[in-house]
Every structure is written in structure tokens, then in C-alpha cells.
Design a protein around this ligand. Structure first.
Ligand SMILES: *Cc1c(COP(=O)(O)O)cnc(C)c1O
Length: 332
């Protein structure tokens, strides 16, 4: 049995309580008016470290035995997991090595470094970064804390689902950003455990949607990693995937894909209508509604997963909205 159950998510919540924020679930009047149903935003943009990843990383670090924790921790990351792990490691009094590819934006690299982690930039993909992790585990005995395919990570991210179910037990549809699937698997397991009739839909960018392609193929497949506005959604799911592939296959009702223009619209909407600075990956749920890729028929919640976007990049996207400059077509 590879699935993470509600009970493990409840235990995760007890373990991380007081160390991560219980983020607000706020109603969006503009999206509610537009969709004709109540729409709520779960603001993980307000989470400390700027994304939900602190939930899983904190749960994973606290779940390790002392000896494994003391050896030092290592991970591959598109940025936000590294930042979260660096924070959780610091809180636990141990060191973290974070391996990132050259595709990770500079603001994210700097944030990880500022938290005292040892940063290694390797290659041009998450797979390249993961190879360095494997080497450090093998040669230096560090303890790997993977970004998504790990029971304690999935359970930690799932605490978001528990909070949504408690705050809005009437929800019928929940939209979740989807990359490696730790977030979607955990949130769907928690929600479907608590509210059996709820629908959970994953949202990815069309450029390099590894979980989507894997679900279509019926097994984990490799997908070329491409530059995207939703940089936190980049990377593969691992050909040796243990948990998240099966959980996403069994628990997600649908997966939808977005163009870069649609993601940019989501970022603009979040800023102009909701007053939130949201990174591309965090804006995909909003973007899916705006683009009409999902049509809710009842109360809806959207996981707005993070805010860590480079400031200049954000301004450029907002400004482009005024002139309606097309952001499509290649690198942005
Ligand atoms: C990591 C991340 C995701 C995707 O989470 P997975 O567990 O890899 O699917 C979504 N949004 C943000 C902001 C992230 O940092």
C-alpha cells in the first residue's frame, strides 16, 4: 500500500503545529462573480518562506531520527522546497545542502543561500540536480529529503487539505497546482478522506507537464524540462516514483494544462483583483478558472501555492497586461 492516509496527515498536522502558519482561506468576490459560485483562495502565499513547502519539509525533518538528522540533509529543488528545507534544518539545528539546476531563478537561489544552506548549482534540469543529491548521499552520508515523492512530505502538504475541509466543508471542487504531485496527492488524500464527494483537479503548465504525460502513459515518463513562468512546476516525477504517481492517478479527478499567456493572466488577476503577489506556479488555479479550462458548479477552493516570483519579472508581467503584449512564443 503506497497511499498516504488521512491518519498520517492528521499526525503531520500535530507534528508541525506552531511551526507553520494555518493560512487563511479567503473568498474572492471577483472570481465568485465571474463563476457564479463561491470561490475561495487558500493563501499559501502567506506561509512563511513564501510557499506551502514548509509544511512538508518541517514534517519530514521532524520525522527523521536524530542520527539521520545530525548527518546533515540534502535535496534537489526548483527553489521553494530548498528554501523550506533550509528553514526547517536551521530550526532543527542541522545543515542542509540544496542542489538546484541553472533553470532556478536567481531570487530563489539567493533566498536559499541567505538561510545558511550550502547551495550547489548543477546542470540544467531537476534530474541533473538529483544526480548530485544521490552522489552526496552515497559519498558523504547525507540524508536525502526529497521535494515530493516521500511519505512525510506528502502528509505535510496534505495538511492544507485538512484546513480547507474544516474551514469550508461545503466545497465541491478544489484546484491544486501540480508538478511532482506531493501537494496534489496530499491535498487530495486529506480532502477525499474528510469529504468523500469533493472533486480535486490538478493544474500544470503545458510546457513540460511531467505528471500529466505520465498519467496519460499509465506510468512515469520523462519529459523535457522547459523554461516556464510556472518555474516551481518544472521537473520530472522520477521514473522510480513510489507514491505520487499512483496517488495522483487514483485521487485526481482531472488534470488541466495552461499556456504561458493564461498563467500570466492568473498572475495579473491575483495582483489586480486579489491584491496578492503570486508566482506563476501559485497562480495556475486562478488561471484555470479565468481561461475557462475548469467550470465549477459549486463552492470552489483554489490552492494559491506560493509568492516567490522575482520582483522585476512580476512587474514586467503586470505591465504587459496594460498593453496586452503577447507573452507567448518561446522564452519569456
Ligand atoms: C513545489 C511547488 C508546487 C508543486 O508541488 P508538487 O508537490 O511538486 O506538485 C506548486 N506551487 C509552488 C509554489 C511550489 O513551490
Amino acid at each position: 500500500m503506497t497511499a498516504i492516509a488521512l491518519e498520517q496527515i492528521r499526525e503531520a498536522r500535530k507534528r508541525i503545529e506552531g511551526r507553520v502558519l494555518r493560512t487563511p482561506l479567503v473568498s474572492s468576490s471577483s472570481l465568485s462573480a465571474r463563476c457564479g459560485v463561491p470561490v475561495h483562495l487558500k493563501l499559501e502565499t502567506r506561509q512563511s518562506t513564501g510557499s506551502f513547502k514548509l509544511r512538508g519539509a518541517t514534517n519530514a525533518v521532524l520525522s527523521l531520527d536524530d542520527e539521520a538528522r545530525k548527518r546533515g540533509l540534502v535535496t534537489a529543488s526548483t527553489g521553494n522546497h530548498g528554501r523550506a528545507l533550509a528553514t526547517a534544518a536551521q530550526a532543527a539545528g542541522t545543515r542542509a545542502v540544496v542542489c538546484m539546476s541553472a533553470l532556478v531563478p536567481g531570487n530563489k537561489v539567493e533566498a536559499v543561500r541567505a538561510l545558511g544552506a550550502d547551495v550547489r548549482i548543477v546542470g540544467r534540469s531537476q534530474d541533473d540536480a538529483q544526480k548530485e543529491v544521490n552522489r552526496l548521499v552515497r559519498e558523504q552520508g547525507l540524508t536525502a529529503v526529497p521535494p515530493f515523492d516521500h511519505a512525510a512530505i506528502i502528509a505535510g502538504q496534505g495538511t492544507i487539505g485538512l484546513e480547507i475541509a474544516e474551514d469550508r466543508p461545503e466545497v465541491e471542487l478544489v484546484l491544486v497546482p501540480l508538478s511532482g504531485g506531493g501537494l496534489a496527492a496530499g491535498v487530495a488524500a486529506a480532502l477525499k478522506g474528510a469529504l468523500p464527494n469533493v472533486h480535486v483537479v490538478g493544474v500544470s503548465m503545458a510546457r513540460g507537464a511531467a505528471m500529466y504525460e505520465s498519467l496519460r502513459a499509465g506510468q512515469p515518463v520523462e519529459v523535457e524540462e522547459l523554461d516556464t513562468l510556472a518555474d516551481s512546476l518544472g521537473g520530472g516525477i522520477g521514473l522510480d516514483n513510489r507514491y505520487t504517481f499512483a496517488m495522483c492517478r487514483d485521487l485526481l479527478d482531472d488534470v488541466v494544462l495552461l499556456t504561458e499567456d493564461e498563467i500570466a493572466e492568473g498572475i495579473r488577476h491575483a495582483f489586480a483583483q486579489e491584491g496578492e503577489i503570486v508566482e506563476g506556479a501559485g497562480a495556475v488555479g486562478i488561471a484555470a478558472l479565468l481561461a475557462g479550462k475548469v467550470t465549477p458548479s459549486g463552492p470552489t477552493a483554489i490552492v494559491v501555492s506560493g509568492r516567490n516570483i522575482d520582483e522585476a519579472r512580476h512587474r514586467q508581467i503586470i505591465d504587459a497586461g496594460f498593453g496586452k503584449v503577447s507573452l507567448s512564443g518561446g522564452r519569456i
